[in-house]
Design a protein around this ligand. Sequence first.
Ligand SMILES: [Zn+2]
Length: 392
Amino acid sequence: MGNKAYKFRLYPNKEQSVFLAKCFGCSRFVYNHFLRLTTDVYAKSKKSLRYKEWAKLLIELKSEFEWLKEVNSQALQQTLKDLESAVTRFFKKLGGFPNFKKKSNRQSFRVPQHFSIDEKGFLRLPKMTPIKMVIHREVLGTPKNVSISKTPSGKYYAAIVTEQDIPHAPLNGDKIGLDLGLKEFAITSKGEKFENPRYFQKSLRRLQIRQRRLSRKQKSSSNRNKSRLRVANIHEKVANQRQDYQHKISLKLTSENQRISAESLNIKGMVKNRKLAKQISDIAWGNFLTMLEYKGNIYGCEIYYVDRFFPSSKRCSNCGYIKEDLTLATREWECPECQHFWDRDINATLNLMLFCESKIPLEEGKSTPDQLVVRLGMNRNTGSGQEATSEA
Ligand SMILES: [Zn+2]
């Protein structure tokens, strides 16, 4: 069994939009309130609060702020569960520290139960009249939850998650190494290369023109609002293109392979490099890895991250020779030991894969069986990151 999401456009009427705004607002308020509280408590006592404590405190919060009772209480609990997974990801070093939710960004809340699609195809949510929804594909499986969102350009969507039988990746499927880059978006140890489509870069000129026009419009005029929507629409289009592209690649990788070893990325650190920052946010690696992880869970493909200090480029994956003088500019090289001729990136992915395969038996006992996303570190006691290669 696995989960699958269906995303449909929603068309709420005026009254429904007002109520949805309330739901977004309450969810944002609760998320930010408990994120702040957790940060404060952690700073003082090094104790990290989690869902159990938050859920108790939420009851008190609701008697203090009566308006929280107007919205579906399960949606607020769900917000806390989402916060918990964000905090957990951070502590597992799989993600950055959770950000506060802003009103100007995409808004959302999730309803875990008591929702349905009526005979007219409208979406029924607790405490609301049915909302018009455009269903463009059949919803299969048992509905588990629905997320309602609103984009900065003012479009509403429902993402319905259902549970259904999904064929797992073949058990004798391939074990691959994966490298993410700027020139190519992704490269696998099987030699597949996926181009970097640079959607943002392509829309940059149009965006700059629109943004210039926006900046010349008078504050709070209706023309300014129109102009703001045009800018938001370009951003959304870019985000959608990127999302589609990443969905395709992550689906292909997780459904065809049994195990993927990727390098863990220090995206925040890389974005600090100002020359590359724009390109790196355009490529959205973090987003892609999240997709890879949840699709891995659906299709039964394990995702391993290897410490980023692992010197995957310099090592010949065929014989273990370390080419110390390998420069960043060298795209291809011949191993002086075994005369193997390498494409730099493919050699690196092969090293990642080999490193994982040698490490996994040692670490297996430490990972829980239902946890398919694992970080593999190197033995830090022996010092620098070099020792990973010398043992092979
Ligand atoms: Zn060699």
